[in-house]
Write a protein that binds this ligand. Structure first.
Ligand code: GAP
Length: 687
């Protein structure tokens, strides 16, 4: 999926977490995985000695190796093994205009609601439904001082005023000020307030009416606080605890001794309007931008605001022309980048699944628009009919649908090649209402995590939106010149030229008007763009496979986690925890183990073997403890092979001299191999 824009629909429901470890604790398998990851040095909570920081994670020695492997395998598959993709390594902080052009400044937001008591925020789509009895108040009055005047009436003390006010509300308006009529308010507050109130015309919306009414009443009676508060109590809990919470709430609004006004109660079933921890009614949903802000230079003002990038993709678009000019690539081609991204997620959750700092592996694959393909080849291959895994691919007539299908297939094949079987993956085609406004289609590749089937990667067809935006915002041309198109266009008959011109024009006009370009100007620009076709010019479209490193690591760990029964050294069956990583991603490829630590000949031979293998792979040498224990340690680390050097290696049985035992992690089986064959035996298994 591409960038996240606020929509009321389209967000998958999930649980709200107050602390990073809460959810795994609710899921026994995740709890075991989290505990193993900590115990074996895969993943630690960031800043743990200070109590951790929600949404941030560190990778320990094994995690760091796993992460390197994941990124290197992706890079190799997406960049080095292809002729049509090149790499980029851009900065995390970029010119802030980039995020205006991309739409992130205005729309990269989650809808959030706040608990008025605790100030904790939750994502509007992630509130767990609750039931109980809700107690509500429409306001409170200060009762800590002397006499009080309300309109023409003077009350001897504030308690009496509060009572009078409450009686008035009770008789005139059942529950809240929303039900006040203009005349009632005017009557009530009288005098100059009445005049102010007359200024509010009937045409104004009810919210403005209510707000103004509240303001007037509060101005007339400064001791009054008119602000609704409600709290949900579980069935059977006494009303006093609601009153206590309400008093706390109005105290936080400045009243010393609040007298609660207009208490009412209501039975509530499965409502998502109350905070799951405090029970307080949540505020209205408001957008909350997810970008981390900072300042460039010593002056902290709005001119120096910058953002930590929320995706790596935009740098690729911003550098598109430079890469095109310096890499000798021609469309279709791709630019890949791996790097950190930052999102101030409202509720980081599911361990590392949704973090605030994470890494992405993104490819922006630039393709010709369908009109250009049709002009050059006379047709556009329909995506549906395509066998994209065929080895002799002629991609010359591929339009965006074919390329999109191709990349979905490539990405699934990649996951299979590193040990996630097809049965653990699902394709989710986003519904039209879920798509970001520029996306034509987006397929989420989902993985079956223990906490649910969730997105691992999104493959989106982003049209020419991104380059077009950067062209408009930077004023620099982002189009390409294509000699093939120029030559082909000249040979088209007039009817075809007209048809293709019109289609291109319509698409450009649609984009420009969607971006609120004034109609006349949009028509002018769309015409210029469509006229460009005849000169061999167009703005490339983009297919974007975008994956998360941390999410993929979590998927690999979850899939690798197994418990089985194996005999211990004495032949007694015991439960074993093993990470069955594919050897390509395993942090340690082979462990070299001398049978005994105190036999110098065994140790010498083992070190020789370790040093011979080390230039080619990550080798772990371990001579501490019983051999069975050492195997178990490697099983938990996910090491696919253990090589044991024993007395036969030294020639105790002459026919076994210079051979070692190779033990397989997954089934514990062993075989004997000559030391001289070991490297060539291992290499194809780990690459
Ligand atoms: N440029 C497109 C883009 O950023 P996205 O769906 O928002 O699209 C792409 O992110 C991938 O990045 C996701 O599929 C996921 O793997 C990873 N990702 C996004 N937000 C993440 C987060 N908060 N924590 C961990 N990974 C995240």
């Amino acid at each position: 999926m591409t960038t996240r824009f606020v929509t009321l629909t389209g967000w998958r429901a999930s649980q709200t977490l107050a602390n990073p470890m809460a959810e795994p604790k609710d899921n026994p398998l995740m709890e075991k995985i989290v505990s193993l990851c900590k115990r074996r040095g895969f993943i630690y909570q960031s800043s743990e000695i200070y109590g951790g920081i929600n949404g941030f994670w560190d990778y320990g020695p094994l995690g760091a190796e796993l992460k390197r492997n994941v990124k290197e395998l992706w890079w190799r598959d997406m960049v080095q093994l292809r002729d049509d993709v090149v790499g980029l390594e851009a900065t995390i902080i970029m010119h802030p205009e980039i995020w205006k052009a991309s739409g992130h400044v205005d729309t990269f937001a989650d809808l959030m609601r706040e608990c008025p008591l605790t100030k904790k925020r939750v994502r509007a789509d992630q509130v767990e439904p609750q039931s109980g009895i809700a107690f509500g108040y429409f306001g409170a009055i200060e009762t800590s001082g002397g006499p009080i005047q309300i309109g023409n009436a003077i009350y001897p003390n504030k308690n009496a005023a509060a009572k009078a006010f409450e009686n008035y509300i009770k008789t005139e308006s059942p529950s809240s000020l929303e039900n006040f009529s203009r005349s009632k308010i005017a009557f009530y507050v009288e005098g100059e307030l009445k005049t102010i109130f007359e200024g509010i015309t009937e045409k104004q919306p009810p919210e403005a009416f209510t707000k103004a009414a509240q303001q007037i009443v509060e101005e007339a009676v400064p001791q009054l606080k008119i602000e609704k508060f409600a709290i949900l109590l579980p069935h059977g809990k006494p009303v006093e605890s609601a009153r206590k919470a309400a008093v706390e709430f109005y105290q936080s609004r400045g009243l010393k001794e609040p007298f609660l006004l207009g208490e009412r109660s209501e039975k509530i079933e499965n409502s998502t309007d109350f905070h799951p921890e405090s029970g307080a009614e949540l505020t209205e949903a408001r957008p909350f931008n997810l970008m981390f802000k900072t300042y460039v230079g010593p002056v902290e003002d709005s001119d120096n605001v910058a953002y930590l990038r929320p995706e790596t993709a935009q740098a690729i678009f911003a550098q598109f022309k430079n890469v095109l000019e310096t890499s000798r690539q021609k469309v279709p081609f791709g630019i890949a980048q791996v790097g950190k991204a930052f999102r101030n997620e409202v509720t980081p959750r599911n361990y590392t699944f949704r973090s605030r700092e994470f890494e992405q592996m993104e490819l922006e694959f630039f393709i010709k628009p369908d009109e250009v393909i049709e002009a050059i080849t006379g047709r556009v291959t329909p995506g549906g009919e395509l066998d994209t895994r065929h080895s002799t691919l002629d991609t010359s007539s591929w339009g965006w649908e074919a390329w999109h299908k191709y990349w979905v297939g490539e990405r699934i094949a990649f996951y299979e090649s590193i040990g996630l079987p097809r049965t653990t993956l699902e394709e989710y085609w986003q519904k039209p209402e879920e798509l970001a406004h520029y996306a034509r289609v987006c397929v989420d590749i989902l993985f079956k995590f223990p906490f649910g089937t969730q997105e691992l990667e999104g493959v989106a067809a982003r049209s020419d939106f991104d380059l077009s935006q950067h062209e408009r915002f930077s004023g620099k041309p982002m189009g390409v010149f294509d000699e093939e198109l120029r030559a082909a266009w000249g040979k088209l008959d007039d009817a075809k030229k007209k048809e293709l011109w019109q289609r291109y024009y319509d698409a450009r006009l649609k984009y420009l008007t969607k971006m609120s370009v004034e109609q006349k100007q949009a028509e002018k620009e769309a015409k210029e763009d469509a006229d460009g076709l005849a000169k061999g010019q167009y703005i490339p479209h983009v297919i974007e496979p975008s994956a998360g490193v941390d999410r993929l690591m979590l998927a690999l760990i979850c899939h690798a986690y197994h418990e089985d029964q194996m005999p211990d050294e004495k032949g007694k069956m015991e439960t074993r925890v093993v990470l069955k990583f594919h050897p390509r991603v395993a942090p340690i490829k082979v462990a070299v183990l001398p049978l005994l630590k105190n036999k110098p000949d065994l140790v010498r031979k083992a070190i020789e073997i370790r040093d011979a293998l080390r230039p080619h792979m990550n080798v772990f040498y371990d001579d501490a403890g019983a051999i069975g224990r050492r195997y178990r340690r490697q099983d938990e680390a996910g090491t696919p092979f253990c090589v044991t050097i024993d007395f036969d290696t030294l020639g105790e049985k002459p026919e076994l001299k210079d051979t070692v035992t190779v033990r397989y992690r997954d089934d514990g089986k062993q075989e004997r191999l000559a030391i001289g064959e070991l490297l060539n035996w291992l290499l194809p298994k780990i690459r």
